[in-house]
Write a protein that binds this ligand. Structure first.
Ligand SMILES: NC(=O)c1ccc[n+]([C@@H]2O[C@H](COP(=O)([O-])OP(=O)(O)OC[C@H]3O[C@@H](n4cnc5c(N)ncnc54)[C@H](O)[C@@H]3O)[C@@H](O)[C@H]2O)c1
Length: 253
C-alpha cells in the first residue's frame, strides 16, 4: 500500500455523509484512495458530495439511509458490502441536534432524538461487525463534547451522545480478543449546517446555550475529518476503545 494512499482497497461506509463532517470524511477517504459508500437521506446532496470527489484517487458510491430505521441501517451496510465487496471501516457520523426545553419534549421527540443519535450507531455497528471481523476493520463513532459534558436544552441529544461514548467502550471491550478496533471522536463546535441551522426555543436562558461556544471559534469540518481518518487508518493500529475530544481546547479548563 502506498503511504500516501492509506485507504487504497479499503471499503468505508460513512453515515450522514450528505453534508458537514460526513461529507468532509468522504473526501478525506477518497483522497486516501478509499472505496467509499456515502449514505444519508438526501440523494441530491450525496450526488454533489460524490461529484466533489471526482479526480481523487478513491471511488465514491452513495445510497439511502435513515439511521432512525434499523432496517435501513442493515440495508446500508449490505449496500456498501455489495458495492465494494468488503467492509473495512464504518463511520457512524449521522446526527441531529435540536434544542428543546425539557418540560416540552414529547414522547416522539425523545424517541426520535435517541434513535437518530444513538440507535443508528448501534444498528449500523451490529450489521457491520461480522464484515469488519473478516477484514480486521474498525468503527469510528462520532459523539460530541455533549458526550462528555452536559448541554442546556439538549437532554435527549446529550444522553444519546453520552450513549455513543458508552457504546464505543462496550463494543471495544466485547471485541478485545479480536483485531476489530472501535473508537470515538467528540467534536466541539464545527462550522457545518448543524450549527448554521440552530433554532433555540423562545424564552430560554441564552447564556446557558452559549456555554457550548469555544473561545477559538468554530472548527472546520475537515480538521475533525482528519482525526476521523487517522483513527480509521493503520496509523491508529494501537488505538482501541478511545474517546478523542477535538474541541479547540474548549473542555481543557
Ligand atoms: N457541528 C457541530 O458543532 C457538532 C458538534 C459536535 C458533534 N457534532 C456531530 O457531528 C456529526 C455530523 O454533524 P455535522 O456538524 O456535520 O452536521 P450536518 O447537519 O452537516 O450533518 C449531519 C448529517 O447527518 C445526517 N442525518 C441527520 N439525520 C439523519 C438520519 N435520520 N438518517 C441519516 N442521516 C441523517 C444529515 O443529513 C447530515 O448528512 C453529528 O453526529 C453531530 O451530532 C456536530
Amino acid at each position: 500500500m502506498a503511504p500516501d494512499l492509506p485507504f487504497a482497497g479499503r471499503s468505508i461506509l460513512v453515515t450522514g455523509a450528505s453534508s458537514g463532517l460526513g461529507a468532509a470524511a468522504v473526501r478525506r477517504f477518497a483522497a486516501g484512495g478509499g472505496l467509499v459508500h456515502a449514505a444519508a437521506r438526501d440523494q441530491q446532496r450525496l450526488a454533489e458530495v460524490a461529484a466533489s470527489c471526482e479526480g481523487l484517487p478513491g471511488t465514491v458510491s452513495f445510497g439511502h439511509l435513515d439511521v432512525a430505521s434499523p432496517t435501513d441501517c442493515r440495508a446500508a451496510v449490505a449496500a456498501a458490502v455489495e458495492r465494494h465487496g468488503r467492509l473495512d471501516v464504518l463511520v457512524n457520523n449521522a446526527g441531529r441536534h435540536d434544542f428543546r426545553v425539557t418540560a416540552d419534549v414529547t414522547d416522539e421527540q425523545w424517541a426520535h432524538d435517541i434513535a437518530v443519535n444513538l440507535g443508528g450507531a448501534f444498528f449500523c455497528s451490529q450489521a457491520a461487525i461480522p464484515h469488519l471481523l473478516e477484514t480486521n476493520g474498525n468503527i469510528v463513532n462520532v459523539s460530541s463534547v455533549a458526550g462528555v459534558v452536559g448541554e442546556a436544552y439538549s437532554a435527549a441529544y446529550t444522553a444519546a451522545k453520552h450513549g455513543v461514548v458508552g457504546l464505543t467502550k462496550a463494543l471495544a471491550i466485547e471485541h478485545l480478543r479480536s483485531p476489530l478496533r472501535v473508537n470515538c471522536v467528540c467534536p466541539g463546535g464545527m462550522d457545518t449546517p448543524q450549527v448554521h441551522d440552530i433554532e433555540v426555543p423562545d424564552g430560554v436562558d441564552f447564556d446557558l446555550v452559549m456555554r457550548i461556544s469555544a473561545t477559538r471559534g468554530f472548527m472546520s469540518a475537515d480538521s475533525v475529518a482528519a482525526v476521523v481518518a487517522f483513527l480509521a487508518s493503520d496509523d491508529a493500529a494501537s488505538v482501541h476503545g478511545s474517546v478523542q475530544v477535538v474541541d479547540h481546547g474548549h473542555l481543557a479548563g
